[in-house]
Design a protein around this ligand. Structure first.
Ligand code: CA
Length: 497
């Protein structure tokens, strides 16, 4: 083993989209501490998840495999913790390993973290305040704001570790997952500001597959009373309270703070809900940013900054009003893209930017590479260490395979798979449960979407039926099926044309 093996500090949040980080050009917030990691290291602009939802992405990160291999295809398909994972391998090779914060891969002896010398995890999604956590198998109640608590526990673990051996710490926040509850420190942030609206806020899905129309994640009609913090009168269906246009005049809502708001149009109501939602989301992000700053300061104080790889990412992206939506799941850009910044002064020049295509499957192999450990054949990702000087090898991937398995059960999103290249995206809505856990066995319309990402980066113009793209469709289908064969998945039979 090399004697100078680096420490690995893996910081992951839940549902933090890259376009809510200022180093990615956010129009809506500032994240100075997260930006610091990018400014002192590398920012990856094309890091993608292979399945845009919490548990599956976490399983892919830990095991380095696609979800049909690791078994965590959907929320509810909890991990079988007997399988190999990166923490076990690092632990066997002398690393101190810990996981503190959000786990979300199931509870109980069959699902709790394995491969960690120490874990202290939220149960399920966990609350924003006063969490009861599971510390090495025992429940412990904490008082305070969860983002602060997870940081305190992580700093405690770092402080008390064996300084003679390298460590791998997975420091994982619940924030900014729904429902959004800011702490007192940030609750007035943006109070007098109107947050800008995304370009596709009023997307009407007019060229798109049925799946986009059917999804129940629209800000105007699917955000509920808890999301936007209003009082319900017991009569109104708070899960779906968009009044029809003829009833909007004089329509009022009362907030939890007893403020009554009147609306004159559906557009007004949609904008109001967006402001309520996005401000709380960004306040939760601000608390993360502050806490990451505390950890970076600790590394500085302890002289650990040089020999510690610091990674910041989130388990997937999120729609921040894009396409009129909140939530994730779809293979569209805002959901597919993960923020991914890495600082490691020994190998990465400050201010590096990479456009190369990275996947969540690549994280585990890279940690092993840094630790000087052979990457096991079963892992399906590839070490991205070769990208860190900004020059990808000729055989680095230029396409990726995606599959969302969780047909209909949350937000009515149709199951789909697809391929993204550096210029195009082809999606097939096979729209079937395929017998997977936590799906609804009700087949829906099967159809394709194609986006030209060069000319239509916002993905509002589905050109699948456009004869000008017929050759590209053929090429992408071939490549999609090649990627499926390569990773051991297979097409839904029969695929329609
Ligand atoms: Ca998530």
């Amino acid at each position: 083993m090399p004697s100078d093996r680096p420490n690995i500090l893996y910081i992951m949040t839940d549902d933090h989209a890259a376009h809510a980080m200022s180093c990615y050009g956010s129009r809506i917030n500032q994240t100075p501490n997260l930006d610091r990691i990018a400014n002192e290291g590398v920012r990856f602009d094309n890091c993608f998840c292979t399945n845009s939802i919490c548990e599956p992405s976490r399983a892919a990160i830990l095991t380095g495999t696609h979800n049909h291999i690791n078994g965590v295809t959907t929320i509810g398909a909890h991990i079988d913790n007997r399988q190999e994972n990166v923490a076990k391998i690092l632990q066997r090779n002398g690393y101190q390993t810990a996981l503190i914060g959000k786990w979300h891969l199931g509870q109980g002896p069959a699902h709790w973290p394995t491969g960690f010398d120490h874990y202290n995890i939220l149960q399920g999604q966990g609350p924003y305040f006063d969490p009861e956590m599971v510390r090495d198998g025992t429940k412990v109640k904490y008082t305070g704001y969860t983002t602060d608590i997870i940081t305190d526990l992580s700093l405690d673990w770092l402080e008390n570790r064996d300084a003679e051996r390298p460590f791998m710490l997975m420091y994982q926040h619940k924030a900014p997952h729904r429902p959004w509850h800011p702490d007192d420190k940030h609750k007035e942030l943006y109070a007098d500001t109107e947050i800008p609206y995304p370009e596709t806020f009023d997307d009407d899905y007019s060229t798109r597959a049925e799946a986009a129309h059917a999804a129940t994640m629209r800000i105007d009609r699917h955000m509920n009373a808890i999301d936007v913090k209003i009082k319900t009168d017991g009569k109104r269906d708070w899960r779906d309270f968009l009044p029809p246009p003829e009833d909007i005049a004089g329509y009022t809502l009362t907030t939890e703070d007893d403020e009554t708001v009147a609306f004159s149009s559906q557009e007004d109501l949609k904008k109001w809900k967006y402001q309520r939602y996005i401000k709380d989301y960004l306040r939760c992000v601000a608390a993360v940013d502050d806490n990451v700053g505390r950890v970076l300061e600790y590394l500085d104080e302890q002289g650990l900054a040089e020999n510690t790889v610091v990674i910041y990412t989130s388990d997937q992206g999120f729609f921040l009003g894009d396409h009129g939506w909140y939530d994730k799941r779809f293979m569209y850009e805002e959901s597919l893209r993960m923020p991914f910044v890495v600082r490691y002064p020994r190998e990465i020049a400050p201010g590096t930017v990479s456009k190369d295509m990275l996947l969540n499957l690549d994280f585990a192999p890279t940690w092993l590479d840094w630790a000087g450990i052979d990457i096991p054949d079963y892992m399906q990702g590839r070490s991205f260490r070769c990208l860190l000087d900004g020059n990808a090898p000729d055989d680095w991937r230029t396409s990726m395979y995606y599959r969302y398995w969780m047909h209909l059960s949350h937000h009515n999103v149709y199951a789909h798979y697809g391929i993204r290249t550096m210029t195009h995206k082809l999606i097939y809505y096979y729209s079937d449960s395929c017998g997977q856990p936590n799906t609804i066995d009700e087949p829906k319309k099967k159809e394709w979407e194609l986006f030209d990402l060069v000319h239509d980066p916002r993905e509002v113009n589905n050109v699948y039926g456009d004869p000008a793209y017929a050759n590209i469709v053929r090429e992408l289908k071939d490549e999609l099926h090649r990627l499926q064969a390569e990773c051991g998945d297979k097409p839904f039979e029969p695929e329609v044309d």
